[in-house]
Each structure stands twice: as C-alpha cells, then as structure tokens.
Design a binder for this molecule. Structure first.
Ligand SMILES: Nc1nc2c(c(=O)[nH]1)N[C@@H](CN(C=O)c1ccc(C(=O)N[C@@H](CCC(=O)O)C(=O)O)cc1)CN2
Length: 291
C-alpha cells in the first residue's frame, strides 16, 4: 500500500484565504484590522525564520503585524514589561512569545503574564483549563492544525485509538485533550514509555512530536493508520520529520510530509486564533462554523 500524502500546505492556503475574507468583513464592522504582536528574544535562526513567516502571513491576511525583538540577554523584567504594554494596547488582539526562550528566562512566568483574551498561542493557564474542561477558547496552533487535517482525512474520529509521542505544552498535551474531545482513546507516550513500538502498533492515529529525525520506524506503523508528523528537524539532508517517511508511507493509509504538512497549518491556525480573539475583543459576532 502507498499512503495518501496529506497536503497541509494546500489546506493551510485555503484556510488562510477564507480568513482573509473574514478579516475584510471584520474591518468593516470594527473599523480597524485585527492586530497580532509577536515577540522574539534572541537570534535563534529557526525562530527568526518562523517570526518572519508569521509577520508576512499576518499582513497578507489583512491584519496588522507588530514585531518586537529583544536581545538574547534581556531580563525577565524587561520581557514582562513588554507583555504588559502589549496587554494594554487596544490595537493588539493577539500576543505570541516565540518559543523556546533563552534558558535564563522562565517560560511559564512569561506565558502566565499574557492576557488570556489575547492568548492566541493557547498556552496560558486559563486557555489550558478551558481546553481540559471542554469550554470554547483559544487552542494551541499546531495541535489545532493537526486536528483539522485528521478530521478532513478521516471524518468522525470517535472510537479511534490515537498515540501521541511527546508531552510538550505546545503539542503533546493539548493534542491529547483535542483527541479526547473527539472521543478517541488516547495514549501519550514519552521518553520514559516502555516498549513504545507496541503502543504505536495498535494506533489508528499516530501523532509524532519528539524532535528526533526519523525516530518512528515504518515497521511500527499499523497498516491503514494515519500518521501526523509534527517534527521539523534540520539535518544534512535538509528538513526531515520525526517519522521514517518512506517506511511509514508504505504501510499507512495517509501521512503528512515534512516540509509541507503540519508546519503551514501552525501559521494558518495562528491567524485563525487572532481572528477569533479580535472578534471577541471588539464584541463582533463570528460564525465559528465558517472557520
Ligand atoms: N510561541 C510558539 N512558539 C513555537 C511554536 C508555536 O506554535 N508557538 N511552534 C514552533 C515553530 N513554529 C511556529 O512558531 C513553526 C514551525 C514550522 C512552520 C512551517 O511552516 N514549517 C515549514 C518549513 C519551514 C522551514 O523551511 O523551516 C513546513 O513544515 O513546511 C511554521 C511555524 C516552535 N515555536
């Protein structure tokens, strides 16, 4: 069997076009564009690329982009002050602090400072709590993008066995909540999991978010499974995911490629969250089914 390739790039382009139309409508009603502020601390090359991509996508969607760069040795106080200013700025609907932060900065302290109404990354305790309780709110962008691709591919996910490899706050944990909300039976595997391959062999859905190139072997995948590869690893051979793509594609029913799979969905979902936050912050009604 040769797997269908899930084209995240095309899906994201379609979503971004729909968001662009809804931004025009919002501007007409609110008299201003939605605004997104992205904060980058330091000069990590990959983070700089992502921040640039986010700025370009924000402007292309008709939103206002605010970019703030702090030096790698910025203090926690300096960063918290900046977040306070962005929280108070009425032109800004969404605040995103690019992760990872330099080691000396307490990531959780920074995330906790973001106004939950502007938490387009879905990482504050309020957003996390809403997701766990099944209350509508802002959901982390990468897992939301993965869920959209899965539902587009498989329809109703009820009763399916899902294995997520990785338990980060950005992907693994929120992904587990989202799949639970769709009535999947969810296993979250991590670095201490014993006999990982036996868990993966049972899965209808595999979400790999480990950050290690070609970590998930093709022979671990159950025939007919759907594989979502969240990994973006820069190697001598270029960008590769966490899954041995050729091996997995020979048994799976469908698989996301790297690049062109989950990555583009992360940015499209960031625009989606910013649009949702802008409607809420401006008191303008939004048809959630349209996005
Ligand atoms: N505050 C946050 N930090 C980080 C997040 C996040 O959601 N919020 N996610 C990742 C990185 N990320 C966005 O920040 C991101 C990763 C990858 C892509 C993407 O489009 N990738 C392309 C390849 C692009 C390339 O050449 O590098 C693809 O996979 O096709 C977008 C966003 C960590 N930090």
């Amino acid at each position: 069997m040769t797997a269908a390739i899930i084209d995240g790039k095309a899906f994201a382009a379609d979503l971004r076009a729909r968001i662009g139309d809804m931004v025009s409508d919002f501007r007409g009603k609110a008299g201003r564009p939605p605004g997104l502020a992205v904060v980058l601390v330091g000069e990590d090359p990959a983070s700089s690329v992502y921040v640039r991509m986010k700025g370009k996508a924000t402007v292309a969607a008709g939103m206002e982009s605010f970019e703030h760069r702090l030096s790698a040795d910025a203090s926690l106080d300096e960063l918290l002050h900046l977040v306070d200013r962005l929280n108070a700025d009425t032109r800004i609907d969404g605040i995103l602090v690019q992760l990872p932060l330099p080691k000396h900065l307490d990531e959780q302290a920074v995330i906790r400072r973001i106004d939950p109404d502007k938490d387009v990354d879905g990482l504050t305790p309020v957003s996390t709590g809403r997701l766990a309780l099944g209350i509508e709110g802002l959901v982390p962008c990468t897992p939301l993008g993965c869920l959209m691709l899965l539902e587009d591919q498989l329809g109703d996910l009820s009763g399916m066995d899902a294995v997520i490899i990785g338990r980060s706050i950005l992907v693994g944990k929120p992904m587990a909540q989202l799949l639970l909300s769709r009535n999947c039976t969810v296993t979250v595997a991590h670095s201490r999991t014993r006999d990982l391959s036996s868990h993966i062999r049972r899965a209808d859905i595999v979400v790999a978010a480990v950050g290690r190139p070609d970590f998930v072997k093709g022979e671990w995948i159950r025939p007919g499974a759907t594989v979502i590869d969240v990994g973006i690893n820069r190697t001598e051979d270029g960008l590769v995911g966490d899954v041995d793509f050729d091996g997995a594609a020979s048994v799976a029913a469908a698989i996301t490629p790297v690049p062109g799979g989950v990555g583009p969905m992360t940015i499209a979902c960031l625009l989606r969250n910013t649009l949702v936050a802008a409607h809420r912050n401006a008191g303008v009604a939004l048809d959630m089914d349209a996005i």
